[in-house]
Design a protein around this ligand. Structure first.
Ligand code: PLP
Length: 405
């Protein structure tokens, strides 16, 4: 078992300004220089270890970046004010007007909207494909294609991308593979499987306390520096900079990521197996019935399991809404978007996080109306949680769906 990432995170050790056990937070937007020449050189990007202005970089953001390097095993990492800040910067950095992108069709709704609608302003076209069908992915690549984009485990349908195979394809066509690894930190290491750039919404599992919005881009030093370039860097010029106070708090939360991921996965696997055995249509990559089960087994670190996300179909939107409201009343969790919290979070993606995706496309990709996405929490007694959820289903007379929608 490869424990490198967790060990490298463990080995990070900083001393604060007064010998504190946490690094000092850099509470400044701008930095002084003793000589005007050094300021000029720093602007030109020629000075190591000098800080200029926090939109460019700050010590607190660099500390968090180092932790992300330990996690993903890339040369460097930049942090951003949100996952979308990271995603939009990468896409705009790599594409010129008139370019083309091949993307998985099952991705986070915001990313989908960005690729489908926003980049149209620049005549950038996206082919949305079934990322598990490698022949279709390859057929969609044109001379204008600038990247293959996917999520390692997709939002919300939990499709598993074969990163190694996609990376080979990308290399064959001399384009980068960009992987959003938000759902599977520690468990999947896309760069080790050949991905060129790894993106995270730190808002989710990595932070884990649902109190911050942040993102990261992990990649080569050259690419990360290009994003920060004062003249042409999308990160620098869009200005989606993470605040230093938030960077410091996320860094502290990352120290428990390995324990949290194990528990999220253990609890999600338990519930997925139970509800599937009860006859519900459950999607969870840890189930034998999941189409991506073998793929994920080949590329994951078993110590961190199959992740904390599962979906369950309760037949209709009315059932889904009633079930979610009752679970919230019973304190089983929150009817809320997002993921990676200590309490279970649930939402119906068709009417929330994936509502940007047109209805006919939702149906085509298998996003049914009664689908609930669960981010399973760190519940101490998951057997009790299962009993309580089952009780809610019984009270609402929701029975397993025998007919596939
Ligand atoms: N990527 C994935 C897989 C997500 O689920 C999300 C948000 O839900 C994002 C990116 C966007 O991240 P943020 O909300 O931090 O901008």
């Amino acid at each position: 078992m490869d424990n490198t990432s967790a060990n490298q995170l463990q080995d990070l050790q900083y001393f604060g300004e007064f010998g504190g056990v946490n690094p000092s937070i850099s509470d400044s937007s701008t930095y002084t220089f003793l000589s005007a020449k050094t300021m000029f050189d720093t602007f030109e990007g020629n000075t190591e270890g000098c800080y200029l202005y926090t939109r460019h970089s700050s010590p607190s953001n660099l500390y968090l970046g180092e932790a992300l390097v330990a996690l993903e095993g890339t040369e460097t990492a930049n942090v951003y004010a949100s996952g979308m800040g990271a995603i939009s910067s990468v896409i705009m950095q790599l594409c010129d007007a008139g370019d083309h992108i091949v993307s998985s069709r099952t991705i986070y709704g915001g990313t989908y909207a960005f690729l489908k609608n926003f980049v149209k302003k620049f005549n950038i076209d996206t082919a949305f494909v079934d990322i598990t069908a490698l022949d279709i992915v390859e057929q969609s690549i044109t001379s204008k294609t600038k990247m293959i984009y996917c999520e390692s485990v997709s939002n919300p349908l939990l499709e598993v991308a074969d990163i190694e195979a996609l990376a080979k394809l990308a290399k064959k066509h001399n384009i980068p593979l960009i992987v959003d690894n938000t759902f599977s930190p520690l468990s999947i290491k896309p760069a080790a499987l050949g991905a060129d750039i790894v993106i995270h919404s730190l808002t989710k599992f990595i932070n884990g306390t649902s109190d911050s919005v942040a993102g990261a881009v992990c990649g080569t030093t050259d690419f990360c520096l290009s994003l920060k370039d004062v003249n042409s860097g999308a990160g620098m010029l869009f200005g989606s900079t993470l605040d230093s106070l938030r960077a410091a708090s996320i860094l502290k939360n990352m120290r428990t990521l390995h324990i949290r991921m194990q528990k999220h996965s253990e609890n999600a696997l338990f519930l997925a197996q139970k509800f599937e055995a009860d006859g519900f249509r459950v999607a969870y990559p840890g189930l034998d019935s999941h189409p991506g089960h073998e793929t994920i087994k080949n590329q994951m670190n078993p110590a961190y399991g199959f992740g904390g996300l599962m979906t369950m179909d309760v037949g209709s939107l009315e059932n889904a809404n009633a079930f979610m409201e009752l679970m919230q009343t019973e304190k089983l969790g929150y009817l809320a978007v997002s993921l990676g919290f200590y309490k279970t979070l649930f939402s119906a993606p068709g009417t929330s996080t994936s509502s940007e995706i047109p209805m006919e496309e939702q149906i085509e990709m298998g996003l049914s109306n009664g689908l609930i996405r669960f981010s399973i929490g760190l519940d101490n007694d998951i057997e009790r949680t299962y009993q309580m959820m089952t009780d809610c289903l019984k009270r609402l007379n929701i029975k397993p769906q025998t007919v596939l929608v």
